[in-house]
Ligand binder design. Structure first.
Ligand SMILES: NC(=O)C1=CN([C@@H]2O[C@H](COP(=O)(O)OP(=O)(O)OC[C@H]3O[C@@H](n4cnc5c(N)ncnc54)[C@H](O)[C@@H]3O)[C@@H](O)[C@H]2O)C=CC1
Ligand SMILES: C[C@H](CCCC(C)(C)O)[C@H]1CC[C@H]2[C@@H]3[C@H](O)CC4=CC(=O)CC[C@]4(C)[C@H]3CC[C@]12C
Length: 410
């Protein structure tokens, strides 16, 4: 990748580009990546928001320009997945410039679809994943999407000559572990016994390992692949479905939520805009700092305060009119453990009839009830990451989003 913005226009691919985080990564690239020439947005479900980009009708106006539907040519005989292209004029930080946005409806578990999307890309940001800790999907599907999907992305890079891969990992790769050991303000080198049983963290850990292992592999053309993995803590912000679920639950309960977790348990959280910014920066710096960044992991963090999961949510839900009842948990912990186990049983019994997947289960209870916070400057030292959004900004943006969409079906 060349240094000047004029010298080379780069092709970026964002897998999972229509998800909660992926959408923010896409928008961040359009706003803040001066060398962006083409942006490929790959997702199983494209959703309506890409269309809305053209009119700028969601989260502020970014866009002007036209759109056309036409197939991209099949690369090296590989059949292409469903593709829509838009030539858009992005209002970038440093001026107005054309960017080709290519929406690709595809499945990361299908190697040929991934290869077609990756061919010709300079950088891949792989955020696609199945985020399920509620038992909605089977362990097999979680493994297929998160592990086999990641393997397909790596192999596609190797086959097609794409050299730079940023992977969205998770704090869950480290913990909380099955013993519930606290991880207090830890960094990437803090010793911690990472032991998992749940399919989601197991799959993320395996996928992260694949990505890091692939660093240095020769891609088509003979140059080495450069990879790194970012490990966000619990992400919040515009588009966070669980936050909206809690808001709606609070409204149903007459404007109240009931404390279940002690206020002393700290749970790490990070604003989605800062997670997106960290991805954009990491992707940008991977070539220049390949020796330093290649094969590395980075916790993804910002200035969000260390609080319990519920107290943190109240930073947004409070200004939206909800109240958290109780300074201490209202039900004893043993009862929560019992209810969580009961939910597992009910999920199993009801499975032939319906999908019962409540928020409370033994895994989510353990995660919410175990201190896990990070404090590190590794990303700052390695590629100059500083949060783009202050805590006040992040909070305001999230509150406005909850207020705007909390009661609607959006
Ligand atoms: N939400 C959170 O708190 C955290 C999320 N992460 C990671 O961040 C990434 C993004 O997560 P979110 O945006 O929260 O989830 P999300 O569910 O909103 O986004 C994931 C996207 O991947 C797409 N996808 C799923 N299966 C696919 C497949 N087979 N082929 C192509 N696309 C597929 C989905 O359609 C969705 O748009 C995931 O890899 C997740 O593991 C990491 C840490 C915390
Ligand atoms: C749903 C949980 C809160 C329920 C509280 C209860 C049991 C009292 O009703 C959420 C608590 C912690 C969340 C997880 C955490 O933020 C880390 C995550 C990282 C990821 O990579 C994916 C999402 C998640 C597992 C996140 C999921 C919801 C919680 C378990």
């Amino acid at each position: 990748m060349a240094d000047s913005a004029q010298a080379q226009k780069l092709v970026y691919l964002v897998t999972g580009g229509c998800g909660f985080l992926g959408e923010h990564v896409v928008r961040m690239l359009l706003q803040r990546e001066p060398r962006l020439g083409e942006l490929r947005v790959f997702d199983l479900h494209l959703g309506p928001w890409l269309e809305e980009l053209k009119t700028g009708s969601r989260w502020g106006s970014l866009w002007r320009g036209g759109c056309g539907r036409f197939p991209i040519p099949s690369q090296a005989g590989i059949p292409t997945p469903a593709v829509e292209q838009m030539i858009l004029v992005s209002v970038h930080m440093d001026g107005i410039r054309p960017v080709r946005v290519t929406a690709i409806q595809g499945d990361v578990t299908q190697a040929h679809e991934v290869a077609a999307a990756v061919a010709g890309a300079h950088v891949v940001i792989h955020t696609a994943g199945l985020v399920d800790v509620f038992g909605r999907a089977s362990p097999k599907i979680i493994h297929e999407v998160n592990v086999q999907g990641t393997r397909n992305v790596i192999e596609a890079c190797v086959q097609t000559g794409t050299r730079f891969l940023v992977y969205t990992s998770s704090m869950e790769v480290v913990g909380p572990n099955t013993k519930g050991d606290p991880f207090y303000r830890g960094n990437e080198d803090t010793p911690y016994e990472a032991v998992h049983r749940h399919p989601y963290p197991c799959s993320k850990a395996l996928a992260e390992w694949l990505v890091l292992e692939a660093n240095g592999r020769k891609v088509c053309g003979g140059l080495p692949l450069v990879t790194c993995a970012l490990r966000p803590t619990g992400i919040y912000g515009e588009g966070h479905q669980i936050m909206r679920d809690f808001y709606r639950q609070g409204l149903r309960l007459g404007g109240r939520l009931f404390r279940a977790i002690p206020a002393s348990v700290e749970h790490g959280r990070v604003y989605v805009g800062n997670v997106a910014w960290m991805h954009v920066l990491a992707a940008r710096e991977l070539e220049r700092r390949a020796a330093l960044m290649g094969g590395q992991v980075y916790f993804c963090y910002d200035g969000s305060p260390y609080k319990s999961y519920e107290d943190f949510n109240m930073e947004f839900l409070g200004p939206c009119g909800l109240r958290l009842v109780g300074t201490r948990p209202l039900v004893p912990y043993w009862l929560l453990v019992f209810l969580a186990a009961l939910n597992v049983l009910l999920q199993w019994l009801l499975r032939p009839l319906l999908l019962y997947a409540p928020l409370l289960n033994p895994y989510t209870l353990a995660v919410a009830n175990t201190t896990f916070t990070v404090s590190t400057d590794k990303a700052q030292r390695h590629f100059g990451y500083e949060p783009l959004f202050s805590w006040e900004d992040s909070r305001t943006r999230t509150i406005l989003w909850v207020q705007a969409t909390g009661g609607s079906a959006q």
